[in-house]
Design a protein around this ligand. Structure first.
Ligand SMILES: Nc1ncnc2c1ncn2[C@@H]1O[C@H](COP(=O)(O)OP(=O)(O)O)[C@@H](O)[C@H]1O
Ligand SMILES: [Mg+2]
Length: 451
């Protein structure tokens, strides 16, 4: 553009100079003899200059037309077929450009394919993936990372996603070449975060520690594992506490007997209490073992087809002797289920046990068996007992939780019965319903999918 303006100026300026030149000559020409020659010379120079200028203009115009034609031909070189009119002299040059164009197109396609593949893989990853440069600026993030930290985090500093000192330290250490791992908490979820340095030219050796180009950060959702670990820690603490109580009584009583501090009359009573506490210990240990089996997925899985009614009758029979004045009834329908006999036995036992234990004089426990649909049955155990206060409803299925502590302890409860019931129901992909009103009674309904 600038060149064109410059040329236009020259084209306008040159004739002007020439006209000025001629005008000046005429001004000096006064008809004297010597001056005639000067005038002729001036006219000749003007004509030569005008012709030269004309030739230049025509040459310029023709040259431009020709180059335009050539560049147009080069611009329009096709990839597959070359059907554009082109000068023969330009053919080798055009051929090379054509090949280069094809190469570039192929490379671009290959790169686009690779980016698409990487995006598809990272996009479907459950883990959050973030790539940062050595200044801590987020270069890219996958879908999961966007879900965790929000959209539009690209081009922001990594502090934007977590301001924890530990996190920032880990990023800095990783930029310095160290692999790091830590846990962070966000929106009630716990993530294990892995930091890996990215080196220049993809090297990972120790020598390249100073050439870190950036960091790959991976966020793995560890909420469930974290919860399970916490539950296990609490369980262990509770188990120790629960075992300690009867053992302390047993130790104290037996020590008194051993040291001769108990009178002859007391010994019989002490022995009775030792037997009672030992029994309590055994029940507790039995329940703990069962729950640990569930936790470790070791629960027995042998499945048999059996008559549920018959099994319920057998379980009820074990209560007849120590149910006192409480009456146990069995209603509903008789049908076969395919399940683990021992597990269903335990489920029934724990529910009926509660119905009897937390009942009143002359109370009633009703066990009802219903076939809801093919493969789904309902076991409902209701009683006319003391009931459970509403505030305890969400907790009674937790391990070691006792709504009525004194009564549960008196009746030898471990606080594990309902959590065993919950485990068994979950094992059969079932659901649990609790209806209870203080002073009225309790109903626990278990829906079990047994096929
Ligand atoms: N049928 C029921 N009636 C009243 N309270 C109940 C009943 N079933 C369970 N509970 C309450 O729920 C708590 C947890 O029950 P469970 O897990 O079986 O433990 P426990 O060994 O104490 O019976 C009990 O301590 C008791 O307070
Ligand atoms: Mg119980």
């Amino acid at each position: 553009m600038r060149k064109r303006i410059f040329l236009s100026i020259i084209w306008v300026a040159l004739p002007c100079i020439l006209i000025l030149f001629v005008a000046l000559i005429y001004m000096f020409y006064d008809g004297t003899e010597g001056n005639e020659l000067v005038a002729y010379l001036a006219v000749a120079i003007t004509i030569v200059a005008a012709v030269t200028l004309l030739v230049l203009i025509i040459a310029n115009y023709t040259a431009r037309k020709m180059t335009d034609k050539i560049t147009a031909s080069l611009e329009n070189i096709g990839f597959k077929e070359r059907n554009t009119a082109i000068y023969d002299e330009m053919m080798p040059f055009a051929g090379r450009i054509d090949r280069q164009k094809q190469n570039i197109r192929a490379r671009i396609e290959e790169l686009t394919d690779r980016t698409d593949t990487i995006e598809t893989i990272t996009g479907s990853m459950q883990e959050g993936l973030i790539l940062i440069d050595s200044d801590g600026t987020i270069l890219s993030a996958n879908n999961s990372a966007h879900q965790i930290f929000g959209e539009n985090i690209e081009n922001k500093n990594v502090v934007h996603i977590c301001r924890d000192d530990d996190f920032i330290n880990a990023v800095n250490k990783c930029i310095a070449g160290e692999n790091e791992e830590m846990q962070i908490q966000r929106d009630e979820r716990v993530y294990t975060v892995f930091f890996s340095p990215v080196y220049t030219n993809g090297h990972t050796s120790e020598n390249n520690k100073n050439n870190t180009r950036g960091v790959v950060i991976l966020f793995h959702d560890a909420t469930e594992r974290h919860r399970a670990e916490k539950q296990r820690r609490e369980f262990t603490a509770n188990v120790s506490h629960e075992l300690k109580t009867p053992l302390t009584t047993i130790t104290a009583l037996s020590e008194m007997i051993a040291q001769g501090m108990a009178r002859q009359d007391d010994i019989r009573e002490f022995a009775g209490r030792i037997t009672e506490q030992s029994g309590r210990l055994l029940v507790l240990i039995d329940d703990i073992i069962r729950l640990s089996e569930f936790d470790e997925g070791k629960a027995r899985r042998e499945v048999t087809i059996f008559d549920l009614w018959e099994l319920a009758e057998t379980v009820i029979k074990t209560f007849r002797d120590n149910a006192g004045s409480v009456e146990i009834l069995l209603t509903g329908e008789r049908f076969d289920i395919s399940a683990n006999n021992r597990m269903i036995d335990e489920l029934l036992y724990n529910l009926i046990d509660n119905g009897v234990k937390y009942n009143n004089e002359n109370g009633k426990v009703t066990v009802e068996l219903t076939r809801v649909e093919n493969g789904l049955c309902k076991i409902s155990v209701s009683d006319t007992g003391i009931g459970i206060k509403e505030e305890h409803h969400p907790h009674v299925f937790e391990r070691f939780y006792r709504a009525e502590k004194s009564r549960s302890k008196k009746t030898g409860g471990t606080g594990l019965g309902l959590s065993i019931v919950k485990h068994i129901t979950e094992y059969y992909n079932g659901t649990l319903e609790l209806e209870s009103a203080e002073g009225v009674g309790t109903t626990v309904k278990c829906y079990l999918r047994y096929m």
